[in-house]
Ligand binder design. Structure first.
Ligand code: SAH
Length: 308
């Protein structure tokens, strides 16, 4: 399936695209948001995009867009944000940054990538196929306690312990190599199902987050975004699960407002110095119509902050 950009109108509005602005799309995917941004930019505007998935970088959309001189694309991960911007000598000049987190539809739909329990494929789950650790490798050696932690923390899976046990028992007999094998094993291990949710949903999410170090990457990119943004520049983040959203929310809160403790008096002037960001409005969700058209939008939550 083609990837449909989530909350495109809201992204473009919140990024407040200026004719000659310089923008950063850290999650190019299939360029849905990038195309929207480019369409609003004037001749002297620029868009830098990146993605850690090489399939995104060599996609037809990317190749077509690269004919546009205002656009550059690099195969990088979030943690390289500052260096990507520094290479272009644009640190402190960025007008807007977009992070549309998670996986793209082409990643989910390709059984060979191993992200989906709906289709059979190798247990891979790497967003960057050049990375060392696949899900199969990780599952073959992770210890039971650590596995339980990952399933519980990153998947918020209440049957984490049972699932981890089942994985460890199964792999002692034969290696776990395919998505179907893992999904089947989880189905057997959980005593109770959630409504409208495959029992493997949470575990697949958890393992994917671990394999791609998604939360570390997010933490890094948020921190680096402050350095590269211009005053008045916007940070727009779309999250798809509560762990990400919580991290974004806390980051914006920590980086904004006065840094003094209101319970502690007297307040020194230096302590009231403003933070680096201000929150812009309430978190936004996709509209009903969009959710009907694109189920992926259902869990999307968007937060916006401005560099001050
Ligand atoms: N906005 C895009 C879709 C983005 S889907 C569109 O409209 O087409 C999320 C993309 O972010 C995926 O392609 C994934 O590979 C990429 N991604 C996720 N985490 C990343 C990271 N840490 N560094 C770079 N890219 C990442």
């Amino acid at each position: 399936m083609q990837h449909r950009p989530v909350m495109l109108a809201e992204v473009l509005e919140q990024m407040a695209i200026k004719d000659d602005g310089i923008y950063l799309d850290c999650t190019f995917g299939r360029g849905g948001h990038s195309q929207g941004i480019l369409s609003l930019l004037g001749a002297s505007g620029r868009l830098l995009a990146f993605d850690r998935d090489v399939d995104a970088i060599v996609s037809d959309v990317a190749l077509a867009m690269l004919k546009d001189k205002r656009f550059t694309l690099s195969h990088s991960c979030f943690s390289a944000l500052e260096s990507v911007v520094a290479d272009e000598a644009l640190v402190g000049q960025i007008d807007g940054i977009l992070l549309d987190l998670g996986v793209s539809s082409p990643q989910l739909d390709d059984p060979q990538r191993g992200f989906s329990f709906m289709q059979d494929g190798p247990l891979d789950m790497r967003m960057d196929i050049g990375a060392e650790m696949t899900a199969a490798k990780w599952l073959s050696k992770v210890d039971e306690k650590e596995l339980t932690r990952v399933l519980f923390e990153y998947g918020e899976e209440r049957f984490a312990r049972r699932i981890a046990r089942a994985i460890v028992e199964t792999r002692a007999e034969k290696p776990l190599l395919t998505t179907r094998q893992l999904a089947g094993l989880i189905e057997h291990a959980v005593p109770k199902r959630e409504k409208r949710k495959h029992p493997a949903t949470r575990s697949f999410q958890a393992i994917r987050i671990e394999i791609n170090k998604e939360l570390d990457e997010l933490k890094d990119v948020l921190q680096q975004s402050i350095q590269v943004l211009k005053r008045g520049g916007r940070l727009v983040v779309i999250s798809f699960h509560s762990l990400e959203d919580r991290m974004v929310k806390q980051f914006i809160r920590n980086e904004s407002g006065a840094k003094y403790d209101p319970g502690k008096l007297p307040v020194k002037e230096a302590d009231i110095a403003q933070g680096c960001l201000v929150k812009r409005g309430k978190p936004l969700k996709a509209g009903k119509f969009e959710i009907e058209q694109n189920p992926r939008a259902r869990s999307a939550i968007m937060r916006v902050a401005e560099r001050v």
